[in-house]
Design a protein around this ligand. Structure first.
Ligand SMILES: Cc1cc2nc3c(=O)[nH]c(=O)nc-3n(C[C@H](O)[C@H](O)[C@H](O)COP(=O)(O)OP(=O)(O)OC[C@H]3O[C@@H](n4cnc5c(N)ncnc54)[C@H](O)[C@@H]3O)c2cc1C
Length: 259
């Protein structure tokens, strides 16, 4: 169920957190647990795709602060910590390489959270689709579903090593699609090949931008779904830093839904 998009309010002060621990969930995903005194300023929210704007500093010679957007995978109010799962995607970029190497005690400043989706309690079934960057939001959403929920999860990954054991109701069919070539059409083709269940479907689809554009066609142009029943957006774009990806949202290439 798509909710009115609520962005993190930058008017609120940044929340200053500290790395408590980091855990490799797979060669491709690392969980960073954050806490510290700043946690008291973190105002949790109900959306299962809630996200924060993380602040990083570019390397010398001209250091500047840049923002990277990440899902809050889970919040532990007793321990006063929150988890963020980072895709480890090589040496390029700031957030991925930072998470791959970070040690306890490192500081991290965040704004947020914002959020846009909670599973529709009235849906007849659920469809989740995305790549590894959407796994934190998909996993949090699956954990929020009623035990009786039914549906399908399609997650595109580059190798078997990326496959995780997700907690989901028994009626949810979790399918990992291993595609080392990252074919942009792959998720859309998997959706086309689905045995479409009757009744109102609630869709959450996020990931690489070009792959999301192709999904838009499959979901809206071919399946005739309504905007209100689909949460669809790009989380990143191949060959673009997040700065470029965000800037391109104002250009035709950056728009999932053509103007
Ligand atoms: C609302 C929202 C929630 C998100 N949640 C998460 C999350 O929970 N976990 C997560 O890992 N990502 C998440 N992302 C995506 C994340 O913001 C981007 O992947 C971001 O570009 C990573 O920053 P970076 O500094 O590592 O790389 P950048 O400096 O932004 O990019 C450097 C290079 O790496 C490539 N790249 C970036 N991301 C990936 C990737 N996932 N796989 C392969 N290549 C990549 C870029 O195309 C570019 O060529 C989310 C994005 C949004 C908008």
């Amino acid at each position: 169920m798509t909710l009115p998009a609520r962005s993190p309010r930058k008017s609120r002060p940044a929340i200053e957190l500290v790395v408590v621990s980091s855990t490799r969930l797979s060669p491709h995903l690392v969980r960073v647990t954050l806490g510290g005194d700043g946690f008291a300023q973190f105002e949790d929210r109900p959306e299962t795709d809630k996200y924060a704007k993380l602040q990083f500093t570019t390397p010398e010679p001209e250091p500047r602060t840049v923002t990277r957007t990440y899902t809050i995978r889970s919040v532990d109010h007793e321990a006063k910590t929150l988890d963020i799962d980072f895709v480890v995607h090589g040496d390029e970029g700031l957030a991925g390489p930072w998470a791959a190497r970070v040690a306890p005690g490192a500081p991290l400043s965040i704004f947020g959270p914002g959020g846009g989706y909670v599973p529709d309690p009235d849906a007849a079934w659920y469809l989740f689709a995305g790549d590894l960057s959407a796994v934190p939001a998909i996993a949090a959403s699956l954990e929020a579903l009623p035990e009786s929920a039914t549906g399908v999860v399609l997650i595109e990954v580059e190798s078997d090593a990326a496959i995780l054991d997700l907690v989901a109701p028994a009626g949810i069919d979790v399918r990992w699609i291993v595609d080392p070539a990252h074919t942009p059409e792959r998720l859309a083709d998997e959706v086309r090949a689905l045995e479409w269940k009757p009744g109102h479907v609630d869709v959450f689809a996020h990931g690489e931008r070009e792959s999301m554009k192709l999904l838009r066609r499959a979901l809206f142009d071919e399946r005739g779904l309504e905007r209100s029943q689909v949460s669809l957006s790009g989380y990143w774009a191949r060959g673009r830093t997040e700065d470029r990806f965000q800037a391109e949202k104002r250009e035709p290439i950056g728009q999932i839904f053509p103007a």
